[in-house]
Design a protein around this ligand. Structure first.
Ligand code: ARG
Length: 317
């Protein structure tokens, strides 16, 4: 049998994301510098309506790119439940549940736990793992799987603790590199870094301590470093969702778009500025459920699982 021919014919697995509709989304407390409850209250109804429209467009874009989207039921009183990236770190069918730093978000923990139990019953998650009580970890918002390097980057300092690195590495069986964060506006790693399937890493240097920058430089070759300008960082261009070779984000400048296109990506913009009033954007609103590490999937398959979509045009926008 010709192995290459077999692989080329095999259909790549469909990317799968968890999202939560913004029915109860609002800015009603402040736990990061973007959140201003008084501002929100001034035009709450209008902002909420726009949030619903923007979220629906994001979901439509992601589905239009061929991904599967599972949704979690929203809950009154949990305005930030919409940011499912913070639910857990998911790899190889294992979900390491989040433990939030701020009391304002702690009631989301049992809701996310229940959602993973449902996913487990459906066969989409194999194992649910809890971290030791004293460890803070805000899910994939702070812990990003880098497909090409087969490692996890852990943003720490504002939300997740550096102490999470060891238990995560142990639970998921791969390296976890702590990146201490320096700027409170970029309090979660996914607001300042995005690891692309090709090995490129988008990051905003101003968000990181010198130690974190040294770690990034140690692992990422100069040709793979895609530094964000302050303007792109401020519009959360790093908070992007990769679906195959499409990069979905709220907004980015021409320079970044050109760099990404040169690498063979299609950049799809879908405005999410209303969610940035809470400190979030595209990536925060999604949680990838199907990532497999190179060891688990077989190195060749892990790379082939991120193909260029046949058609990047998104219907219904
Ligand atoms: N208001 C939320 C918080 O401060 C926003 C979370 C954004 N999520 C993310 N993965 N960056 O916790």
């Amino acid at each position: 049998m010709n192995i290459h021919a077999t692989r080329a014919q095999a259909k790549p697995p469909q990317p799968r994301f968890l999202m939560c509709p913004p029915r109860f989304f609002a800015v009603s407390y402040s736990i990061n510098p973007w959140m201003n409850p008084a501002d929100w209250a001034g035009s709450a109804e209008n902002l909420h309506r726009q949030a619903e429209l923007q979220w629906n467009s994001l979901r439509r874009v992601i589905k239009g790119l061929g991904a599967e989207v599972d949704t979690l039921d929203p809950m009154p009183g949990l305005p930030d439940l919409v940011f499912t990236a913070n639910a857990a770190v998911v790899l190889n069918g294992k979900a390491v549940l989040a433990r939030f730093r701020h009391g304002e978000r702690r009631d989301e923990e049992p809701v996310f736990d229940a959602a993973f139990q449902t996913l487990q019953v459906r066969g989409l998650i194999d194992e649910i793992i809890e971290l030791p009580q004293d460890v803070t970890l805000e899910g994939a918002g702070d812990c990003i799987y880098d497909t090409r390097r087969d490692l996890l980057w852990l943003g720490c300092g504002f939300r997740s603790g550096a102490a999470a690195a060891e238990p995560i590495a142990e639970a998921l069986g791969l390296r976890c590199v702590p990146l201490p964060l320096a700027d409170p506006r970029f309090y979660h790693l996914d607001t300042a870094l995005c690891a692309l399937p090709c090995g490129g890493v988008i990051y905003y240097p101003g968000a990181f301590t010198p130690a974190a920058l040294a770690a990034i430089h140690e692992h990422v070759a100069p040709g793979d470093r895609i530094e964000l300008s302050q303007a792109d960082a401020a519009r959360f261009a790093a908070n992007a969702v990769c679906v195959g070779r499409a990069i979905v984000l709220s907004n980015c400048g021409h320079g970044l778009r050109a760099k990404l296109e040169r690498r063979g990506y299609a950049v799809v913009e879908t405005p999410l500025d209303i969610f940035q009033k809470s400190g979030g954007s595209a990536c925060c609103l999604t949680l990838r459920l199907d990532h497999r590490s190179a060891a688990a999937a077989g190195a060749a398959e892990a790379i082939e699982a991120e193909p260029m979509p046949a058609k990047v045009a998104v219907a219904g926008r």
